[in-house]
Design a protein around this ligand. Structure first.
Ligand code: 6LW
Length: 521
């Protein structure tokens, strides 16, 4: 059986393709650089992250983008020769007007470099590319304000041409978004997400004999939704995409969430799960397991041998011995190579301090997403600050307004101290009395997330002393989608700021995130 979620922690809006014997999923990254996470699998069960497609500033500039703006809902597709990726860069998402710029990039080698972007339009978010069986390509476009789904042909340079027609208005479930089109047999099938990307989220299917409609909604609609009464089930299920295996079986990947302890709080943000599907005699698709609720497990595909890849779930350890930073790292808005370096001091990561974490511009934070409800992140820091405006340490954070930092700085008298701060919706408070530490030498920094995921305890150690607890147990509620009204998920990160603009550097000897056994699911 395949255990869900298949992509754990901050991996929403999955788009899946098969290219020969290989399967790929793209997920949203929002304000995090590089843009779009890509995963590769041979068996739909084991997934390995591969380099992101948006790694050049000419393709994506997120500086100044709001939290949970930036890259929304990528659409990955393959026409037998080239891979295509459509994505939105969301510049504003508060207030009445959303500014959502849609682009297309392509490549012949999904593991290599991608093209410069082709600008498509700014009509809505979640653009998707449909390759019809006659070789034509169409842009399938939701309209801002949830005003339905448009289709428009693309020319040979992938520019929209010709008539733009509204083909579907959605159902009474509302918030129609995330469209994906398939031409299977005589039918054009359209899948959309509806209900809004929260606890009412679901997957709607409709079909027509013509791309241009009229579309009839599936009689069993929605084809996937969530059971809000079962605290252990996957919640917020929606935003889906279909794939056919090389053996002719069908699977659907979809967004889901795992709230903590039956509460409606998700530190892991929205994640990706997979379900086996079957077609009925009337030509509608259903969950193979029956009903409309997502399974915590899915039947393994017939005929695909298991190919375990690098196992994401056994935690993460980086000794910074490699000169190239691990594919799992992300940084807020700007490329981490602008401030993070593993060559200056071999065996260490050196961060050059810039603006503070609440900035939407140039922040020196190298992060990995939280993938398990319960885990421990740990590092060792060497940093010799000269001013209270300089700080470096370990972060457990959600976005620019919501985070914890255990870090080293100096007090007004110039004495080195450790400080633990909380930012809750931008309000910063001290969470412990400053702890004097030696001006030079290494300090260990750690954060442990409780078994139920609701509490975090920071600790530190200096020289050969034992670990000591820093402050009280802290709530993780401030690092959830619900509290932050966000779309991402909690992350652990190594951080440095120098608000004097002197680019003070901090060295980290290692960074690890250990996960606990036996966590559900
Ligand atoms: C995404 C939309 C959605 O673009 O949430 O769940 C938005 N669905 O389709 C952000 O992830």
């Amino acid at each position: 059986m395949i255990q869900n979620p298949i992509l754990k922690g901050f991996c929403p809006d999955p788009s899946i393709i098969r290219a020969g014997e290989d399967y790929y999923i793209a997920t949203s990254t929002f304000e995090w650089w590089p843009g779009v996470r890509l995963f590769h699998s041979k068996d739909l069960q084991h997934w390995e992250q591969i380099p992101s497609p948006l790694r050049r500033e000419s393709q994506l500039n997120l500086v100044g983008d709001p939290a949970s703006g930036g890259v929304w809902a990528p659409c990955l597709s393959y026409d037998g020769e080239r891979f295509f990726l459509l994505y939105t860069d969301v510049k504003t998402k508060k207030g009445r007007y959303y500014n959502t710029h849609n682009y297309l990039i392509h490549t012949a080698d999904i593991h290599g470099e991608w093209s410069e972007p082709v600008y498509l339009n700014s009509i809505g978010f979640d653009p998707s590319l449909f390759h019809d069986t006659n070789g034509k390509k169409y842009l399938i476009n939701m309209v801002n304000g949830f005003k339905g789904v448009l289709a428009q042909e693309l020319d040979e340079n992938f520019k929209p041409v010709g008539e733009q027609r509204k083909i579907y208005s959605g159902t009474e479930l509302g918030y129609t978004e995330g469209p994906h089109m398939y031409h299977i047999g005589k039918w054009y099938y359209l899948i959309v997400a509806e209900g809004g990307t929260g606890y009412e989220h679901c997957v709607t299917m409709a079909r027509s004999e013509s791309l241009w409609g009229p579309y009839e909604t599936a009689p069993n609609n929605p084809i996937l939704t969530s059971d809000q009464n079962d605290a252990h089930a996957l919640q917020k299920c929606g935003h889906a995409d279909l794939v056919e295996t090389s053996e002719g079986e069908w699977y659907m990947v979809h967004l889901c969430s795992r709230p903590l302890n039956g509460e409606k709080w998700c530190t892991l943000g929205r994640e990706t799960a997979i379900q086996k599907m079957i077609w009925d005699q009337e030509g509608w698709i259903h969950l193979k397991s029956g009903g409309r609720y997502a399974g915590l497990t899915a039947e393994t595909p017939t005929g695909l041998s298991e190919v375990p890849l690098e196992d994401e779930e056994n935690g993460f350890y980086d000794d910074f011995d490699s000169k190239i930073l691990h594919v799992r790292y992300s940084s807020p808005r700007a490329d981490y190579s602008l401030f993070a370096d593993c060559t200056a001091r071999p065996g260490y990561l050196r961060l050059r301090g810039q603006e503070s974490l609440n900035s939407l511009h140039h922040v020196s934070l190298l992060a990995v997403r939280q993938q398990r409800i319960s885990c421990t992140a740990q590092t060792e820091l060497e940093f010799e600050p000269r001013s209270p405006e300089q700080l470096a340490g370990l972060c457990y954070m959600y976005d620019a307004m919501n985070f914890y930092i255990l870090g080293k700085t100096v007090n007004e008298e110039g004495g080195a101290i450790l400080t633990l701060i909380k930012s809750d919706d931008g309000v910063i408070t001290d969470e412990m009395e400053p702890v004097p530490v030696p001006a030079a030498g290494a300090v260990g920094l750690r954060v442990e997330v409780s078994e139920d995921g609701t509490q975090a305890v920071f600790s530190y150690h200096v020289e050969n002393e034992n670990w000591r607890r820093a402050g009280d147990s802290l709530t993780t509620k401030i690092l959830t989608d619900e509290h932050c009204r966000g779309f991402t998920g909690a992350c652990f990160g190594l951080y440095a700021h120098d608000m004097m603009g002197m680019a003070a550097t901090a060295d980290f000897e290692y960074f690890c995130v250990e996960t606990r056994e036996g966590e559900r699911p």
